[in-house]
Design a protein around this ligand. Sequence first.
Ligand code: PEP
Ligand code: MN
Length: 350
Amino acid sequence: MLIVMRAEATAGEVSEVCAAIARRGFEARPIPGGLRTAIGVVGNQGALDRGLFEGLPGVLECIPVSAPYKLVSRELHPASTVITLPNGARIGGADVCVMGGPCAVESEDQIHEVAAYVAAAGGTVLRGGAYKPRTSPYSFQGHGVPGLRMMRAAADAHGLAMVTEAVDQESADHVAEYADIIQMGARNMQNFSLLRHVGQLRKPVIVKRGLSATVQEWLLAAEYVMNGGNDQVILCERGIRSFDPATRNVLDLAAMALARGLSHLPVIADPSHGTGVRDMVGPMARAAVAAGADGVIVETHPRPAEALSDGHQALVPAQFATMVRELEQIAAVLGRRVSRAEGIVVAAAR
Ligand code: PEP
Ligand code: MN
């Protein structure tokens, strides 16, 4: 960190800041300039809290030199992290992972039907909510543990891995028992006790970007999970709030590309919540892969008009299959491939 002193700061104030740095166990390196003095802080491991020095007399500002998220950052971990799931599917590196499924697990028949066509189309991970964070308490809230059981059976029957959301510590423990990936929803991105809790669990975690979260806040949310000892973290850009209701959110692909540069973690995109409009999901999934996404997570339903949630943004089965074929072509242009799982036979005619 660099501490910039005010132009009128006295020599005594400079010495006092140097002493405060030393008291914290770091070394102070004053850099006198023509107008003002700056003081470099060296010897710290990882990010420093700028609040420690900002209020001291004579200090103008504290400028962090290294990123505040040290486990998530590429600075200390230049190689990209690749996550391998139990069915052999991979997220990151050369592999682009396609995750598909309904917004919510509605019934045993529904989730089996979806799992069958997601696998046949070339998807490798089944998504679907058993715990649904809904804006209204009167909306369908999910089937809970019975929903997890139905989903596990459907995923296993078709060779798929399974991702589903946890909304609190109790549901996180159930999700960790059944699923291969635990999803932290956008609304829980800054639920720090929940992030710490999933950091203790030994399953990969998707950290979705909050509705109005900055990239730094998003990466710090992932840092919470990694700080608990869980290094299997996947970042997910799912759209941010804007002024325009024409789309549900704005899928911020620039932030996704930025996050891939700042962090070694895989970054995926959710074009379903990112647009909220069925016909825009395919185009934005293609754009995400073209922009370097390590995967997409997409909502699909065999009969969207009957869906209990988010039917308006669910791809119908044929649209899902078309999307996977297109993503395969875009990935190939970039020297990548859509990840395959062991034991899944992708339908010849898709
Ligand atoms: C979901 O994936 O179904 C979901 C609720 O997503 P988000 O947390 O991004 O709104
Ligand atoms: Mn949804």
